[in-house]
Design a protein around this ligand. Structure first.
Ligand code: NAP
Length: 306
């Protein structure tokens, strides 16, 4: 990003609300850095666009009319945008949510880079085939996490939630989508279905000792509830010594849960890496060149610390 001229092309993020988004900070830092390093101006600017739920289709038509190149999608549009797109990737269909959209000659294409973002800090950490993933929460982010765990090939994926009825619906919702994940990397769809288990929080004591990967997808511990954790001190003691504790929350950093994990000497991962990596994957789609991940990470970290 440099001087905005008459030829500057538009990228952005849509959401409602969207003002809190870190994406403009990360993406504009990346565009500036790429321009500097490549020695040619990348003539783009990335902005936050507030789009109310009732205006989504109108906004999309408007974006096409003004030649917007691509955009990220955040709450509440990640699911609602699917039927409005002309092509949706297999992984986005499997997750049931789109977070990255770009313009092609055939119209709007969408995919989900949250799965890739979630997976990035886990790749190469261990052989995932014999592992159990324990996922706390069953909302939107949990869907990307579960698709990611399926791609890793986890032996069992256990989802913990508050409401059994909601959990049953959540489990059933994967059925039509399973081939979308499995045909890529996760093995036979029936195996994934067999490996996905639902639990209420009362099952937690029995589940913790088996968890190789614990992922918090609930907002518990998020700013301003910084002294809360989805797990008690006793719960954390029950995790095996090889367990990885992964919290999708990126502010505060570390969260109380990650502090508990560190105090036990467990490997911990916070949500910033997922945020950076999903953003970098989106930028790579729009620009068709590698994104400067270090620059994006640093820009996000500096902004959060400011
Ligand atoms: P969501 O769709 O609202 O889902 C939240 C889930 O947490 C629901 O299953 C909800 O259970 C559960 N939950 C909420 N409050 C709870 C509590 N007090 N105790 C137990 N469970 C509770 O939200 P989301 O979009 O999935 O986001 C969840 C978290 O992930 C947020 O903190 C968000 O910032 C983070 N996130 C991070 C990234 C990243 O890039 N790092 C990306 C996406 C999301 P019920 O269904 O019973 O209500």
């Amino acid at each position: 990003m440099g001087v905005i001229t008459g030829t500057t092309k538009l990228l952005g993020v849509i959401g409602y609300p969207v003002e809190h988004s870190l994406s403009p900070i990360m993406h504009n830092a990346a565009l500036t850095s790429l321009s500097r390093n490549v020695g040619q101006r990348l003539d783009y600017i990335y902005v936050a666009l507030s789009v109310g739920p009732a205006d989504l289709a109108t906004a999309l038509a408007g974006f096409a009319a003004i030649g917007l190149r691509g955009f990220n999608v955040t709450i509440p549009h990640k699911q609602a945008i699917l039927p409005l797109l002309d092509q949706v990737s297999a992984i986005a269909q499997a997750v049931g949510a789109v977070n990255t959209v770009w313009r092609t000659e055939q119209g709007w294409s969408g995919t989900n880079t949250d799965v890739q973002g979630f997976l990035a800090p886990l790749q190469g950490q261990r052989d995932w085939q014999q592992t159990t993933a324990l996922v706390l929460g069953s909302g939107g982010a949990a869907r990307a996490v579960i698709a990611g765990c399926a791609q890793l090939g986890c032996k069992a994926i256990r989802v913990v939630g508050r409401d059994l009825q909601k959990l049953k619906y959540f489990q059933q919702s994967w059925n039509p989508a399973l081939s979308g994940i499995s045909s890529r990397t996760a093995g036979p769809g029936t195996a994934f279905l067999k490996n996905l288990h639902i639990h209420t929080w009362t099952d937690l004591p029995a589940l913790l000792p088996q968890a190789d990967l614990l992922v918090n997808t609930t907002p518990v511990g998020m700013h301003p509830q910084v002294n809360q954790s989805p797990l008690s001190g006793h719960d954390v003691e029950q995790l095996p010594t090889q367990a990885i504790v992964y919290d999708l929350i990126y502010t505060p950093s570390p969260t109380y849960l990650l502090k508990q994990g560190r105090a036990r000497g467990l490997t911990t991962i916070n949500g910033l890496e997922m945020l950076v990596q999903q953003g970098a994957a989106a930028l790579e789609i729009w620009l068709n060149q590698p994104a400067p991940m270090d620059v994006m990470r640093q820009a996000a970290q500096e902004y959060l610390a400011s």
